[in-house]
Structures are given as structure tokens and as C-alpha cells.
Design a protein around this ligand. Structure first.
Ligand code: GLY
Ligand code: MN
Ligand code: MN
Length: 444
């Protein structure tokens, strides 16, 4: 059912989304002994010794209810009542105030518009024991909230946990973001093959996505050649004529961002590296195909290491197969990040390592500290699958002088080093018996 519905525009699913949020929030409030929940959109961050603010990011707990942009708004949630949305709309001529209009997402709320932050606090009063979740607990306290209601950990953990199960609305938002991002990825690839620089490819992407830079879900990673070996490379060089492009960029719709990576090669690329890219694409798809409820995400991560070990073996870089390579720790310098992470309002979405609905952490194995997802896969989870294979001097250097060095053909590593790295990243929704790849239909 979810599968059929998610191809429709997001708006059609919004009321169901809010109904589910309300039911889950009421349950969390009751369990934790609260009557009212106040979610704060948040305050702008002003740079030190400056009068300029950083681009504003809404409190994700607020954003998971309503795609209203800008600071200081409040959402007041109470059992048995319509949620109350306090919208701050200042009279201003320095900055253009939001024009609220009547978007589909206002319908479920009792709306109150106030002219400033102070009046938003006054309007956000709760009934009974009230919890506040936001970035201004001191102000919340000054406006009458009790200490035990300021960002209560267990309540916030329950809200996070609930966000691991995406509604049809959220999936539809991710799909809309994906359509936009895929279109821009196609244009970026074309520019790369025409010899464009990292900066030019970035501009081509933004133009095709039709957005400004800070509307991206995360800073674009556009790396030519050896720069692909920096996992989060965000510099934008003007050097043209790259042979490899690693591009990791998403797009947002109503606050939900996709997270997509592709690695492309130009005709002049080393054929050994090009074969590795093709093989990594097959590995990525095999890993995607293993996604279904009941599988521990960690199992997929370790399987990725085995498969990457086997690939390096068949390419002649390692002298042993995948199981042995994993056991010896040979693959870790080549694949030094986690296989993926939850995705939603936040690009590294919440609760990937959460142990129980009320909190606690299920850490990854010590050898795999960067794995962000240790949950067992369940229907309606939405996450990335993004295996990588890199030639990172900093990580390979210690191995060169260790007893493990004899397992590695260093001449091949040196040959591949100028190619940087490979990452292929799709976004997957878990269904009752398997998954749906949200990315591949738009970006094969
Ligand atoms: N774009 C950051 C990541 O893939 O996790
Ligand atoms: Mn990712
Ligand atoms: Mn990414």
C-alpha cells in the first residue's frame, strides 16, 4: 500500500502524516508524564563578533511536523487538541517577511500569527506539565517552564525513535527531492565529460536543481581525480579536465533531503580504475538487493567489506579473498566509513544507533567506529547504501610499513592513487518484504 501511494505528490499524504505524528507524540507524552509539548523552530546563529547570521536551520523536531521556514515559530501539541502553530511574521523592511498564503500544510493546525519572538513565547503556553524541545531552554525557563521539562532526554529520544519510521508523506517528499537532484546529477555528469572544473560543475548542478547553495541538504562534494579520496571534500577548484568525478550532492523538498553519490569516469581514465567503478556499481546493487526487514544493518556493512576485499583481490591489489581481507583488517583503509545512515529531515537522520525507544546507544564494533546505523532493518526505515573504495595516502601509509604490507601490491595502489576514490550512494525505503530503491529509477 505504502509503495503505491508514494508515487503521488506529498500534499495528498500530509494529513495522515500529521495524524501519525500526533498519535505518536501523545503516546510519548503520556509515557513520560507530560501533558503538552512545545516544539521551537529555533533561533538564528549569529557569527562571533559579527552582525551576520549563519543560514538558518530549523530544529529538526519542528521540521518533521511542518515545512514552515524561519526562526522562532512554535508548535504546541496536546492530547486531544488540534496542534497549535504559532507563526512569527515580523513587520520588516530589511528582510522580506514570509508570505504565509494558504499552503496545504496549514490545514491541520490552529494557526496564530504574531509579530515577534517575544509574543511567540507568550502564545506558546502549555497546559499541565509541559515539555519544551528546542535550542533556547533558558528562554523557555524564563517564560515559565520547569527544569524537568527542558529538553527531556527520554521524551526527545521517543520522538527521534518515531522518526525512524517514515510516513508516505515523508517518502513522497524524498522522491520529489530525488527527481530534482537526479536531473541536476545528469547535467553535472555532462559538464564533467565536457571538461568542466569542480566549481563549474557545482554551478551547473545548482542551476539544474534551481536552488541556491544553502538550500542543499548538505554542502556539495564535487571532487575531481585525487580529491575524491577526501570523503567530505568541499573545496571547489577551477582546474579543468578531470578523469574521475566523485559527486555527492542532494536536493531538498519541504525540508526532506536526498543524499546521492555517483562516480563517473572520462575516456582518458585508467582502465583499471574504470573496471573498479563498474564492479563497485554491481557491489552496491547487490548490497541494495539484500535490504529487507529482519537484516541487521551491520551485517550489510560487513558484507560490503567482504565484497570490496574480493574485488581488490580480483583486481590484483590484495593477495587474499574477501573473508580473509576483512579478518585481517585489510579492507578498512580502503573503505573507511560506514555503509550508510538514516535519511530524512537530517541528512544523517536520528536514531540510527538508538538502542531503545526511550534512548541509549547501540554502538558499532570498535573496528568500525564510523558506522552510523546499528539497527536491525524494519519496514518504513529509509536509509542510504553507499559503499566506497578509496586510495587514501594517510590511511595506507601505516599499512605500508606494517606486517600487513606483504598482502598488498603497492605498485597498483600507487597507480590508482591519482584516481582518488569511488562512492556510489542510493536511498532505499524498506517495504514489508524488501525495499524500494528511490534513486535508481531516476539515476540508473
Ligand atoms: N553526503 C554525506 C554522506 O553521504 O553521508
Ligand atoms: Mn550519505
Ligand atoms: Mn552522500
Amino acid at each position: 500500500m505504502l509503495q503505491a501511494m508514494t508515487t503521488q505528490p506529498a500534499a495528498a499524504h500530509y494529513l495522515d502524516h500529521i495524524r501519525e505524528r500526533q498519535v505518536r507524540a501523545e503516546a510519548a507524552l503520556t509515557t513520560e508524564g507530560f501533558e503538552t509539548l512545545v516544539l521551537d523552530a529555533g533561533s538564528p546563529f549569529t557569527h562571533f563578533a559579527d552582525d551576520q547570521d549563519a543560514p538558518f536551520r530549523t530544529n529538526p523536531q519542528f521540521a518533521s511536523w511542518v515545512p514552515l521556514e524561519g526562526p522562532h515559530h512554535k508548535l504546541v501539541i496536546r492530547a486531544g487538541h488540534r496542534p497549535r502553530l504559532v507563526v512569527v511574521r515580523p513587520d520588516d523592511y530589511w528582510y522580506e517577511p514570509i508570505e504565509l498564503g494558504s499552503p496545504y500544510w496549514l490545514e491541520p493546525f490552529e494557526v496564530q500569527v504574531v509579530p515577534d519572538a517575544e509574543r511567540a513565547w507568550a502564545a506558546a503556553h502549555g497546559h499541565g506539565r509541559t515539555a519544551y524541545v528546542g535550542d533556547a531552554p533558558a528562554q523557555a525557563k524564563a517564560h515559565g517552564l520547569h527544569d524537568d521539562g527542558l529538553n527531556p532526554q527520554r521524551l526527545a529520544a521517543r520522538l527521534d525513535w518515531d522518526r525512524s519510521y517514515k510516513t508516505a508523506y515523508e517518502v513522497a517528499c524524498l522522491e520529489e527531492a530525488t527527481r530534482v537532484s537526479a536531473r541536476a546529477h545528469h547535467e553535472a555528469k555532462r559538464a564533467f565529460l565536457e571538461g568542466a572544473s569542480e566549481l563549474e560543475i557545482h554551478h551547473v548542478y545548482l542551476k539544474a536543481a534551481g536552488c541556491v547553495e544553502h538550500a542543499l541538504p548538505y554542502e556539495s562534494i564535487i571532487a575531481l581525480d585525487e580529491k575524491g579520496a577526501f570523503l567530505h571534500y568541499v573545496n571547489k577548484r577551477t582546474k579543468r579536465g578531470g578523469r574521475v568525478l566523485l559527486i555527492d550532492v542532494g536536493a531538498k523538498h519541504a525540508g526532506y533531503g536526498c543524499d546521492i553519490t555517483r562516480t563517473w569516469t572520462a575516456p582518458a581514465c585508467d582502465t583499471l580504475f574504470r573496471d573498479l567503478v563498474q564492479a563497485m556499481d554491481r557491489i552496491q546493487l547487490d548490497l541494495c538487493n539484500a535490504v529487507k526487514p529482519g537484516v541487521p544493518y551491520l551485517q550489510l556493512h560487513l558484507d560490503a567489506h567482504r565484497r570490496i576485499g574480493s574485488l581488490l583481490h580480483s583486481a590484483g591489489v590484495l593477495d587474499c579473498g574477501g573473508d580473509e581481507a576483512l579478518a585481517l583488517g585489510l579492507t578498512r583503509p580502503f573503505f573507511p566509513h560506514g555503509l550508510g545512515h538514516f535519511l530524512g529531515i537530517q541528512v544523517h537522520d536520528v536514531a540510527g544507533r538508538q538502542a531503545t525507544p526511550s534512548g541509549g546507544t547501540a554502538p558499532p564494533p570498535t573496528d568500525h567506529p564510523y558506522l552510523r546505523t546499528t539497527r536491525t532493518i524494519e519496514e518504513r526505515m529509509l536509509f542510504t547504501i553507499e559503499p566506497g573504495l578509496y586510495f587514501i595516502d594517510m590511511l595506507l601509509k601505516p599499512m605500508r610499513s606494517s606486517p600487513l604490507a606483504r598482502h598488498v601490491r603497492w605498485d597498483l595502489v600507487d597507480r590508482l592513487m591519482p584516481c582518488g576514490g569511488i562512492r556510489i550512494e542510493d536511498n532505499l525505503l524498506v517495504t514489508a518484504h524488501g525495499h524500494r530503491n528511490l534513486t535508481r529509477p531516476h539515476l540508473p
